[in-house]
Design a protein around this ligand. Structure first.
Ligand SMILES: [Fe+2]
Length: 311
């Protein structure tokens, strides 16, 4: 893992907490992506270890998902592709203003309202793959239960309708990308996010797909489940049969327990954010009241002057 806690790859279950990170700034214009060699030299001379991300392993052995996802696929997909994203990200951010930030911060800052900055693809792919591994488990699949199933039934009509829509999204993502189940509790124009689906119907589940490395964090959605539909995810096991890979993922691999835990965390975060917004709103209104109390004397003076002029 990373050299310091502040720069570790935080669990995807904790995603979305970055907006309250101390010192977090949405300003991206001042970011310096050129390595600051002098700063690095100073750090080295003081014995400071430059923070870096490590490759997080899946929460099960590499052969645990066989025969549905082979060990060979994991050896390439996790062992080579995921590792390359981690290594490349570390090279890109060392000595920059991104060095030392948590992964979610780096993703949002470098998304840059869709005008991607260089480290975005590697940062997002590191996050996406960890989230993907943790979306599966040996003996997974089937149907969810409890609150998650209730919301799926409410927002899609039935589990079968959800599965059909998810499969369609994953199968029709042109080229490389991802399909996601998300919890949408967003506000518009939050921070650096760009919300593609403005709606008054928040607090609901939605299915979205994203190209290349893009993930729903940049739209201020809370990801609950994802499937990687880059060819490297399925070609060794399924060749060009992407629909078969998607079906096996839903029927045999999904960890609905992980999805349910993410839903619970997303709802808790949304409630916390509402409370925080309410608190700020009340503070703002209190400040207004202070201003209001000071206004009558000025109005009286102005009114008095006006009367004199009229005379
Ligand atoms: Fe992948």
């Amino acid at each position: 893992m990373a050299a310091t806690a502040a720069t570790s790859i935080s669990s995807p279950l904790k995603c979305g907490l970055f907006s309250s990170t101390p010192g977090f700034s949405w300003s991206t214009r001042s970011l310096q992506f050129k390595k600051n060699e002098r700063q690095n030299a100073r750090k080295a001379s003081r014995g400071v270890i430059t923070a870096k991300f490590d490759l997080k392993p899946p929460p099960y052995p590499l052969d645990a998902l066989q025969p549905h996802m082979s060990r060979e696929t994991f050896e390439y997909h996790w062992g080579k592709h995921h590792r390359a994203y981690v290594d490349n990200l570390n090279k890109q951010i060392v000595g920059t203003e991104l060095d030392g930030k948590i992964l979610e911060e780096i993703i949002l800052l470098t998304y840059n309202k869709g005008d991607l900055l260089p480290p975005f693809n590697n940062a997002a792919q590191v996050w996406n793959h960890t989230f993907f591994w943790e979306s599966m488990k040996p003996g997974g699949g089937g149907e969810p239960s409890g609150e998650l199933l209730n919301l799926i039934n409410r927002d899609f009509g039935s589990f079968e309708a959800f599965a059909k829509e998810f499969k369609t999204a994953a199968a029709t993502q042109f080229g490389s990308g991802w399909a996601w189940l998300v919890y949408k509790a967003n506000r518009l124009g939050v921070g650096n996010s760009v919300n593609p689906r403005p709606s008054e119907e928040d607090k609901k589940l939605e299915i979205v797909k994203s190209p290349n490395a893009v993930n729903p964090l940049v739209w201020d959605y809370s990801p609950l489940l994802t499937i990687d539909v880059w060819e490297h995810a399925y070609y060794l096991d399924f060749q060009n049969r992407r629909p078969d890979y998607i079906s096996i993922f839903l029927e045999k691999l999904v960890s609905w327990e992980a999805v349910s835990a993410r839903l619970e965390a997303a709802k808790a975060r949304a409630a916390e954010r509402e409370r925080e917004e309410e608190r700020k709103k009340n503070e703002y209104e209190d400040d207004d009241e202070v201003v209001d109390n000071s206004e009558p004397s000025e109005l009286y003076v102005e009114s008095d002057e006006d009367d004199s002029a009229a005379d």
